[in-house]
Write a protein that binds this ligand. Structure first.
Ligand code: 5BU
Length: 261
């Protein structure tokens, strides 16, 4: 299924969730649909990467629980970089428990994710109560949930009927849900949702632990999703800044080609 609407047009449709609208606008303005997964394990490394590639990306994706020297200063510095370079912060926490527990996991503990993250990932496996647990916080702070509709890894169980049900759950909660993590645009995914795809790399087709890669142009043109998420393909390269520029250019050209088809 193709999407031929521009990000600008879709920002106007995305009036139920403020973060979806903000991301569509940012993509149009910055001419970028690149997200980078900053899976590095020290504060200094993540911040250095974010400063180096910040001008190329619209979203920086974090796994804060892998940072060995995490503290509140990290968040302060990351926020400052996100303002300097104009990118959004996405904590890929993959919440999956009952609503009451998830509420604590989102707002409390060491990381206090709700205080600094613009968007977070949520599994639908526990049922729609999980979305309700974010409601107050998400609406008040104007952030967004990304529902996990499909995964990039081999043998994933997020397929078929499960994926369809995730999309239905999102449609019932359009004020909180800004989009999906998925591998393709499905026919029942409305245009006001942002579709983000991990498992993207130019030089490899897989890793040794089940990750599977597609190229940026295949994902954006053939599979018609919106934002590519690239981790090792960029942060492990010799020159992350120029590699990010390369992925950004390919992904944006692919988006423009999709529009003109
Ligand atoms: P990589 O280095 O480009 O393979 O990193 C991919 C990132 O995306 C990594 O942070 C994963 O946790 C994340 N990811 C993924 O790879 N596949 C998925 O289906 C989901 C998240 Br959901």
């Amino acid at each position: 299924v193709k999407s031929h609407l521009s990000f600008q047009e879709r920002s106007q449709l995305a009036n139920c969730n403020k973060m979806a609208q903000k991301l569509f606008r940012l993509m149009s303005e910055k001419k970028s649909n690149l997200a980078v997964a900053a899976d590095l394990t020290t504060k200094a490394e993540v911040l250095k990467l974010a400063d180096a590639i910040g001008s190329e990306i619209v979203v920086l994706k974090t796994h804060v629980d892998i940072i060995s020297d995490y503290d509140e200063d990290f968040v302060k510095q990351l926020k400052a970089l996100s303002e300097k370079h104009k990118f959004l912060i996405f904590e890929d926490r993959k919440f999956a428990d009952i609503g009451n527990t998830v509420k604590y996991q989102y707002q409390s503990g060491v990381y206090k994710i709700s205080e600094w993250s613009d968007m977070v990932t949520v599994h639908a496996v526990a049922g729609p109560g999980i979305i309700d647990s974010f409601k107050d916080s998400v609406l008040q702070k104007e952030c967004g949930l990304l529902m996990l509709a499909q995964m990039s890894s081999k043998g994933s169980l997020c397929v078929g009927e499960y994926t369809q049900q995730v999309v239905e759950m999102a449609k019932q909660n359009q004020d909180c849900v800004m989009g999906f993590i998925c591998q393709e645009r499905l026919s029942n995914m409305p245009e006001h949702f942002v579709l983000m795809t991990p498992g993207v790399q130019l030089n490899n087709t897989a890793d040794t632990l089940g990750q599977q890669y597609n190229t940026p142009d295949y994902i954006v043109q053939e599979k018609s999703t919106d934002v590519i998420i690239v981790g090792r393909g960029i942060y492990q390269s010799q020159d992350p800044k120029s590699e990010a520029h390369k992925y950004r250019t390919i992904a944006w050209d692919s988006y423009e080609k999709r529009l003109s088809k």
